[in-house]
Design a protein around this ligand. Structure first.
Ligand code: FES
Ligand code: FES
Length: 252
């Protein structure tokens, strides 16, 4: 939009409705057909925002409108408010029936509901072995299994292996060989050690068993490998190995 001035030069006149910055930096009169820079920017920005708004429009409309299939699916789903279930197993020879939240681990059921706090929670992620218990004679990390999964199982915790008056041979050996310092890992170590000897006697191979066609031997390397899932922050490993070797009847 240009108009002729009295001296014959061209003067830019903004189209109606277009904002023109009235800051004093722009000359009021120019001699070419190029529009004022600020006006050009104002028009460009206004146009750009308009396009952006147009692009956003479909998604905002879609967000504002409920999705009929999703709503129908939600309406058809049952509302679950109860997560409890009953479970019965034996713990250290006694039958126990519990009403548990189905998300509760065996470790928490033993410690929180049955008050068997000998089993320890170290990492709660299956990485330290402090929570090791025996289920039907096999060692497991009780933090990695749900209590409701053990209907009818026979569970043995450290409290079921021995008593202060009558220790299990593995407990006696731990005491004799100083197989602990702070003792936090010890219940898991003892349960694991008992199961390890049973695994080797049952002929179950390990990562270090070289000949899979013959029975694994009760060697220190077999015992150490199989105990590698039980972490001792006090570093009592060599004494634990000595205790296990004594119970196994082999030289450490
Ligand atoms: S507490 Fe279960 S493995 Fe660490
Ligand atoms: S005795 Fe302390 S962590 Fe093993």
């Amino acid at each position: 939009m240009h108009q002729r001035t009295d001296d014959g030069s061209a003067e830019f006149a903004p189209p109606q409705g277009v904002y023109v910055d009235d800051a004093p930096s722009e000359p009021s009169s120019i001699t070419s057909d190029v529009p004022a820079r600020r006006t050009f920017i104002a028009q460009t920005v206004a146009g750009g925002l308009g396009l952006l708004a147009l692009e956003l429009l479909p998604s905002s409309v879609a967000l504002a409108q409920p999705s009929a299939p999703v709503d129908a699916l939600r309406a058809s789903m049952p509302v679950i408010t109860e997560y409890h279930a009953g479970v019965t197993f034996t713990v250290n020879g006694a039958t126990r029936t519990l009403d548990v939240d189905t998300r509760v681990t065996l470790l928490d059921a033993l410690r929180e509901q049955l008050k068997l706090t000998g089993t320890k929670k170290g990492c709660d992620h299956g990485q330290c072995g402090a929570c090791t218990v025996l289920v039907n004679g096999t060692r497991i990390n009780s933090c990695l299994t749900l209590a409701v999964m053990h209907e009818g199982d026979a569970i043995t915790t450290i409290e079921g292996l021995g008593t202060p008056e009558k220790l299990h041979p593995m407990q006696e050996a731990f005491v004799k060989h100083d197989g602990y310092q702070c003792g936090y890992c010890t219940p898991g170590q003892v349960c694991s050690a008992v199961a390890v000897l049973d695994e080797i006697r049952a002929g179950i191979p390990s990562h270090v068993t070289t000949d899979l066609m013959s029975r694994p031997q009760l060697t220190t390397i077999e015992m150490r490998e199989r105990m590698s899932g039980n972490i001792c922050r006090c570093g009592a490993y060599s004494n634990i190995a000595d205790a296990m070797a004594e119970v196994a009847g082999v030289r450490a």
